[in-house]
Design a protein. Structure first.
Length: 314
């Protein structure tokens, strides 16, 4: 019996890539819709109770997968300190995001979060000792210029809601770096630990400012967890079907959804400085990503989603 190597035909590769792009765009659209629900809810309910109810709903949906993995496996995760730090950053990311959108337009908050890859480059150089070339440092400086542009020309623009959004984007960046350090840890373990951390914070914070939810509010808070997990699965599947270099740049469509949904649902018209800052940040981020891809060793292996950025607002 002879060994036979099956080589994918170009049409199959093309179809998989197209499917990957479609799933990435759809997953990011769902994240945009999830952000709209979150902004609508924080106008009435506290961030703590939103975290509590959405985390409970997400754990309910995840429970069959958790049981399949085995509860004991969660006590033997590699690099437990990294896992704890990652869960804390994930919780800070979500909590600060919801807190920020209670006071700022969606487009403003999303602009700060799109600077995540720029912060990751700096954190990787400082904490992971990764080499960063001069061209990449120039792109980082330009990206920071985009953040300052989005903040506005006046120092008075640096309000505490803007600082909350900046803090959230830094937490998100820490989450991406720690996710990179957690390579080899399965998706179910990664998602479960960050949801449990959000649940714990929700339990602590929910009694402060609790507003008794009506049925619609309760359902929507629970839906947040389900919707964000669905979007996360779409993004992960996209990364398995298509090369990361093809689908990752589509993450910047989030700013489009933020502008469109902000206008349709909240009558928010983004400032020129916000749009200009977003354009600068997106340009710098795409350059950094393409530069990293060009310098990475070529591989035919399927990308590991645990090594790629977590999605915003999960």
């Amino acid at each position: 019996m002879s060994d036979t190597t099956v080589v994918p035909t170009p049409s199959l590769v093309t179809n998989a890539t197209v499917a990957g792009i479609g799933l990435m765009v759809f997953g990011l659209f769902v994240f945009g819709a999830n952000d709209v629900m979150g902004k609508w809810l924080v106008a009435t309910y506290s961030v703590g109770q939103i975290l509590l109810i959405r985390s409970l709903a997400a754990l309910l949906i995840l429970s069959p997968f958790i049981l399949r993995q085995g509860l004991r496996s969660f006590w033997h995760l590699p690099r437990p300190r990294v896992q704890i730090a990652r869960a804390l950053c994930a919780t800070g990311d979500v909590a600060l995001f919801y807190w920020a959108v209670a006071y700022l337009p969606l487009a403003d908050v999303m602009t700060f979060y799109l600077a995540g890859p720029i912060y990751v480059m700096v954190m990787s150089a400082l904490f992971l000792r990764e080499r960063v070339g001069m061209a990449q440092w120039v792109a980082v400086a330009i990206g920071f210029g985009g953040v300052l542009t989005a903040l506005g020309p006046s120092i008075a623009s640096l309000s505490w809601p803007s600082l909350i959004a900046l803090g959230g984007s830094l937490s998100f960046s820490g989450l991406m770096v720690l996710t990179r350090m957690s390579r080899g840890t399965g998706d179910v373990h990664l998602v479960t630990t960050q949801i449990i951390a959000s649940l714990i914070l929700g339990l602590i914070a929910a009694p402060f400012g609790w507003v008794a939810p009506n049925m619609m509010g309760f359902v929507m808070m629970g839906t947040l967890g389900v919707v964000s997990m669905s979007a996360y699965l779409c993004v992960n599947r996209a990364l398995k079907l298509a090369p990361a270099s093809v689908v990752i740049p589509y993450q910047y469509t989030l700013i489009i959804w933020a502008v469109v949904f902000g206008y349709l649902f909240f009558d928010e018209i983004p400032k020129i400085t916000t749009l200009l800052g977003a354009a600068i940040i997106v340009g710098a981020g795409i350059f950094l990503f393409l530069r990293e891809q060009a310098q990475a060793p070529q591989s035919t292996e399927t990308p590991d989603p645990t090594e790629l950025p977590a999605s915003i607002g999960l």
